[in-house]
Design a protein around this ligand. Structure first.
Ligand code: MOS
Length: 758
């Protein structure tokens, strides 16, 4: 067996696969760097009109008047849409709920009513024959409001916290009953920690701003070029909201300049572009400004209360974790925040609770590792505090309390190589030399601190389909209506299709991002490889079976009486394993069947019976070093080492990028990001890249990513768990714990800024 030691720390078995497990550059890379890749606002359609969104200046109240008629006189302006004149869309809330919407509640409807729901919501759309004319005219729009009092301050409204009344399919709600007797165990314990952790609102902020180009065809059909993580979700939403038939609406989104969850649900630009296009019977483009990118969703602010206790010997004995998050007035946004605390480590006594406060803000939305990033930030910091109380090394404490099963669900893990992730990253980091006491390492005048944390994320699989078209020239076209939000979907799907079809990778093309393609759920939740990739694998198996049948018709029967199990499929041909001379090329097989193409598709369903008896999760360990200048309070994250147990790694190159990006974001969450509300006006003050801080290159230093081998035959047919979120989960806690180790100060509110250290 030839084993290649990859630079990523994983032994990659090169005999078992042709493409999978080999670092592969992005197949869409050339298109992206040459500008050939088209984004939603770049599709040119003839006679295009431009819509510019006017945003509300107030959070609550009623619109008394808008000078729309006056602005319509401005040169170039075609129409100014407001709640007064916009055609009414579907009446029922149900008709406005997309696939990702909460099961109850009223999704926001732009320009539907005079009543305001939140500051910076769209209140008018100025449509003109050029973008500049629309933007200028929009600056002349005057809106008068009858104001009402609003509430945007979570802390001031904690008294209104209530349990969620809604549930979201696929999302785990907190266990209703405690396990064991957490209060008694806490009272009796030798070591205890009680702490409140808080984190502010954070924003997704993809580089590409949202845009929708609704092309109005002569037949009245709409082709919508849309920035989205789910073309079919958008297509269904538009049909439902506007009462259009599905054959009349096509949504196309070949590329996405970042999503991170912000495009799981249809954004208001698509509602407005379709509204204007159908009303005017013209093609209309609507794009958001950078400020408006802060106006439709965010990671919710969270205040978390934790009580942890351990016995004298360091065994975790009691966990109580309560999270309170904000949601809008019209919907209950729910993410899985506290459940992680019941499954990360063994603990007999656990109480978990999640509550919501309705505020006059836009509905929050899933944002990279939604819920896990939040809950495990607080929990992994509190565990660090408890380990110190018990005078134990924080890694030793975690190893001692290692969970061999998910105690929330009472299920064994389908695979869990977290121990190995601890071992490899700790060794690489040099963790064994860490002194227990804080403030015990210095470099020059800087204090040095080492912190660590663990992470976990669900390894989900959803129903998905894939289609193949093999043509007589030996080229394979694979497709599914998924999207590539920058994660490398094009590349990994091309690799999977090549691997399991036996077509050489340079002859394989994978297409996505068109609602007319075969079914795919939204790209999110780290489940695209698992869901769509499994469908690609399965349909490739069906293709091989069809080709094998056709090969029987080839003159001279080169394969003889070989069964399909006796064959190797590679480089566009099948041959008897060990005897390459006895072969049939795919082109020959098609010709023998008098076919110029083979077309087939299949829908893959999760193997529920197999999965239901297991807990399916990916895991991570994160180790961070910070240096703190105590005079100035400045913090630098000198290095981060993270080891990921994410099942089989299909493309180590994009996988590594994915985790590096997530670590950068975790550093950003720990030290920089903070959506700042002015509660007097109910509005975000720092809605731009200048004042909403994110790291620049100079803020980021050494990052090392390790993938530990993890074999899993339960999670899905590929054994790959998905990597979109797991890389971010433990990072903020590791950095925060390192800051404590450097300074002895426990900063329990994010971001850890210098003012909190001085
Ligand atoms: Mo991700 S937050 O599921 O796009």
């Amino acid at each position: 067996m030839s084993v290649l030691k990859s630079i990523f720390g994983q032994d990659v078995d090169t005999t078992s696969s042709t493409y999978l497990g080999k670092p592969t550059s992005r197949v869409d890379g050339p298109a992206k760097v040459t500008g050939g890749a088209k984004y939603a606002a770049e599709f040119n359609v003839p006679n295009l009109l431009y819509g510019y969104i006017v945003s509300s200046g107030a959070a609550r109240g009623t619109i008394r008047s808008i000078n729309a008629a006056e602005v319509e006189q401005v040169s170039g302006v075609v129409k100014v849409f407001t709640h007064d004149n916009a055609p009414k869309t579907a009446y029922l809330d149900r008709s406005h709920r997309d696939q990702i919407a909460p099961d109850s509640g009223s999704p926001f409807r732009p320009l539907y009513q005079a009543e305001l729901e939140y500051s910076f919501q769209p209140v008018a759309l100025v449509v003109a024959d050029s973008f500049e004319a629309a933007r200028y005219a929009a600056s002349l729009v005057k809106v008068e409001y009858d104001l009402k009092p609003h509430e945007t301050d979570l802390r001031a409204n904690l008294g209104k916290a209530h349990p969620p009344t809604d549930t979201r399919a696929g999302y785990v709600s907190a266990p209703k009953k405690p396990r064991g007797t957490p209060d008694e165990a806490y009272a009796a314990a030798a070591h205890k920690v009680e702490a409140e952790y808080s984190q502010p609102i954070e924003f997704h902020l993809p580089m590409e701003s949202y845009a929708s180009t609704a092309a109005y065809g002569e037949d009245g059909k709409l082709t919508i070029y849309q920035k989205t993580q789910g073309v079919q979700n958008c297509q269904e939403y538009v049909c439902s909201v506007f009462g259009l038939s599905s054959g009349d609406v096509q949504v196309i989104s070949p590329y996405m300049g970042g999503g991170f969850g912000s495009g799981l649900r249809p954004t208001y630009d698509i509602y407005l572009s379709v509204l204007a296009a159908t009303a005017l019977k013209r093609s209309v483009r609507v794009s958001m400004t950078r400020q408006q990118m802060f106006s439709f969703s965010h990671r919710p602010e969270a205040i978390q209360h934790l009580k942890l206790a351990a016995r004298e010997d360091g065994m975790l004995d009691s966990v109580t974790h309560t999270a309170i998050e904000e949601t809008s007035q019209n919907e209950e946004y729910l993410e899985t925040v506290v459940n992680w605390s019941g499954l990360m480590y063994n603990c007999p006594n656990v109480r978990l609770d999640h509550q919501l406060v309705n505020l006059d803000l836009a509905s929050p939305a899933d944002m990279r590792a939604p819920g896990a990033v939040t809950g495990l930030y607080a929990y992994e910091c509190a565990v660090d505090e408890l380990a110190y109380q018990a005078k134990m090394d924080p890694l030793a404490f975690r190893e001692k309390n290692y969970a061999e099963k998910d105690q929330n669900a009472d299920k064994i893990f389908s695979s869990k190589e977290l121990r190995e992730a601890y071992r490899q990253a700790a060794a690489r980091f040099g963790w064994k030399d860490r002194p227990l006491e804080p403030r015990s390492m210095k470099k020059g005048s800087d204090l040095i601190g080492w912190g660590m944390a663990s992470g976990s994320w669900e390894a989900m699989q959803g129903k998905a389909a894939a289609k193949l078209v093999l043509t007589a020239d030996g080229k394979l076209l694979a497709s599914s209506a998924t999207s590539d939000i920058g994660t490398g979907t094009y590349t990994v799907m091309t690799m999977i299709a090549a691997e399991f079809s036996g077509v050489a990778i340079e002859d394989v093309t994978f297409q996505l991002g068109d609602s007319s393609m075969v079914y795919s759920p939204v790209e999110g939740g780290s489940w695209t490889v698992s869901s769509v990739g499994s469908a690609v694998k399965t349909v490739c198996g069906e293709l091989r079976a069809r080709l094998f049948k056709l090969a029987g018709k080839v003159d001279g029967a080169p394969l003889g009486d070989a069964t399909i199990e006796d064959l190797t499929f590679a480089n566009g041909a099948m041959h008897v394993t060990g005897n390459p001379v006895r072969n049939v090329t795919y082109t020959e097989a098609l010709r023998a069947g008098k076919l110029d193409r083979l077309e087939l598709d299949t829908t893959e369903l999760p193997q529920l019976a197999k999965q239901a008896t297991h807990a399916l999760y990916s895991h991570s360990s994160v180790f961070a070093e910070v240096s703190v200048d105590e005079d100035l309070g400045t913090i630098h994250v000198n290095r981060v080492v993270s080891a990921i147990a994410g099942g089989r790694i299909l493309n180590p190159k994009t996988a590594r990028s994915q985790i590096m990006g997530a670590i950068v974001w975790g550093i950003s969450m720990a030290l920089e990001e903070e959506g700042m509300l002015d509660d007097h006006v109910g509005r975000f003050m720092n809605h731009n890249y200048a004042e909403y801080h994110i790291p620049v290159a100079a803020d980021i230093h050494d990052i090392e990513v390790i993938f530990v081998p993890e074999h899993d035959e339960v999670v899905n047919p590929l054994g790959a768990k998905g990597l979109g979120e797991i890389g971010m989960v433990g990072v903020a806690a590791a950095v925060t714990n390192a800051v404590w180790h450097a300074t002895g100060k426990r900063v329990r509110s994010l971001p850890v800024t210098l003012d909190k250290l001085l």
